[in-house]
Design a binder for this molecule. Sequence first.
Ligand SMILES: Nc1ncnc2c1ncn2[C@@H]1O[C@H](COP(=O)(O)OP(=O)(O)OP(=O)(O)O)[C@@H](O)[C@H]1O
Length: 249
Amino acid sequence: MVLLDAAGLTKRFGGFVAVDDVDITVDTGEVHSVIGPNGAGKTTLFNLLAGAYEVTAGEITFDGRDITDLPEHERPYLGISRGYQITNTYESLTVFENLQTAVALYHQNYYDMIRSLANRTEVTERVETLLERFELAPQRNVEASSLSHGDRRRLEIGMALASDPRLLLLDEPTAGMDAGETERTVSLIQELTDDMAVLLVEHDIEYVMTVSDVITVLERGAVIAEGPPGEIREDERVQEAYLGGKADA
Ligand SMILES: Nc1ncnc2c1ncn2[C@@H]1O[C@H](COP(=O)(O)OP(=O)(O)OP(=O)(O)O)[C@@H](O)[C@H]1O
């Protein structure tokens, strides 16, 4: 089922076209990755889909509803969540408290939750599930500021899942992780997609090949290839973009 459908998506910064007439479709159940060399427009595309940037042209539909102009903060309520970045406010909260805050923020009856013990129990149960799923239970009482890099990134993904999204947007989820941490994160991402979809933007082409069902390749703002990993690996334009001296990946 088509969950996200973007058509003719374009973003100009002054006279510069960072995203140029991009069509992209994400189906429920898939991990869809956007890759491309430095400056290809990946982060800009991500920000358009997340609602952080206004589009210059084009349309974005989510579950059949036009969300092109929907503000970023309203998108989680529709089922679109983006990888959280733990900011100063959350540094001194423990892993448990961070997850609790994220769950409470998107709980349907936030104010009731504060008042009612029953709802609070529901939130706590959800937090416990996330702690288990993200293998963060042993660190439940550790402040976010003291976590290892890998644990912190997994906590951020866990917080993004607190709203029970149908589409999770992740920007370089394994950036800065070592091989072991990357592997753990990749299997977590793969386990997510039974009834939801993940769209990730990534620099590192190798692990994208193992995690993705579909890959879209951008170069200079435009789509140069799209397909399953095997096809993308064999694509001449992709090889040229990555190996032809224009890229660092
Ligand atoms: N706010 C902005 N104002 C002007 N130009 C911008 C802005 N944001 C991005 N750009 C330009 O748009 C192009 C695409 O940038 P973007 O960050 O989307 O690429 P990217 O594929 O994510 O690159 P990287 O892999 O290096 O993160 C770059 O040339 C960049 O300089």
